[in-house]
Design a protein. Structure first.
Length: 281
């Protein structure tokens, strides 16, 4: 059940979308000086070595972050922030290290903000602890992130973001992620909640989106990008469902998705969706 390792897929096209969305959400929280709390339910590693055997085995990063770095044309401002974080992690030299969600968010945190990272994989938790050793703004916990949501919300800051990023290797995760999100929403209705999902089985994705739409949340926006036709093999796309999206977030995504799809699916066949599942702008 804990066989999944994100190290094989770090920096791929799905990471690019997920991390661009994540930056937009964090930056929205920074519009106010008040502190915020960030919770990552499936944190993985803080950073990934793209020269390591696991990353080289698939080479997925070459068709994700690799393509973005090769692109000469400047994209949306949001992507520039993302690329600056990646370049900074590599000291502006050749690409070797890629930031996982924890490291990406940590680079954006202000002194008054804090983050809580949950991870259950025995190898990943070791790397995560090393990455944030003695960092007083970061709590690394060897615990089930789904179970942590109820215990940690609402945060003392009364402002924050929860990222749900399970591997979905357990089919029940499609149902569980919505159930746990609702537990968090009921305790912290003003918080932001972001659910990442892979596009492997379109039926599973449709059921996930329907469950969110019928959950009772006031506002939820679906952001999805596919680089290949459904069912053409493996993960053909990915998406994020954002509950309580911030002001102008949909406009940011409307600018991001067409540009990003052109870059990551240069041979054509790429598609994207921006859909309100609940509420509206």
């Amino acid at each position: 059940m804990l066989s999944y390792r994100h190290a094989f897929h770090a920096g791929n096209f799905a990471d690019v979308l997920k991390h661009a969305v994540l930056i937009a959400l964090v930056q929205s929280l920074q519009r106010k000086e008040k502190p915020f709390f960030y919770l990552d339910t499936h944190a993985g590693l803080g950073r990934y070595d793209l020269n390591a055997a696991v990353a080289e085995k698939t080479g997925e990063w070459r068709h994700g972050i690799g393509r973005l770095l090769e692109k000469k044309e400047k994209g949306p401002v949001l992507l520039r922030t993302y690329l600056n974080v990646v370049k900074g992690l590599n000291h502006k030299g050749p690409l070797r290290y890629y930031p996982g969600s924890p490291r990406l968010v940590r680079e954006l945190l202000r002194p008054q903000d804090r983050m809580w990272l949950c991870e259950l994989h025995p190898k990943d938790i070791e790397g995560l602890r090393r990455e944030f050793d003695q960092d007083r703004q970061v709590k690394v916990a060897f615990e089930n992130g789904f179970q942590a949501v109820k215990a940690l919300l609402p945060p003392k800051e009364r402002r924050g973001l929860v990222l749900f990023d399970p591997s979905y290797e357990v089919k029940g995760d499609y149902r569980t992620v919505v159930e746990v999100m609702m537990q968090g929403y009921q305790r912290f209705a003003t918080g932001q909640f972001a659910i990442w999902y892979p596009v492997v089985d379109r039926g599973a994705v449709d059921r996930l989106c329907k469950a969110v739409a019928q959950s009772g949340v006031a506002r939820a926006l679906r952001v999805e990008q596919c680089i290949a036709i459904d069912g053409s093999g493996g993960m053909t796309g990915s998406g994020m469902i954002v509950v309580n999206p911030p002001w102008q977030f949909d406009e940011q995504m409307a600018e991001l998705l067409p540009w990003l799809t052109t870059v990551l699916a240069p041979a054509g066949g790429g598609t994207f969706q921006l859909e309100w599942l609940a509420g509206q702008a």
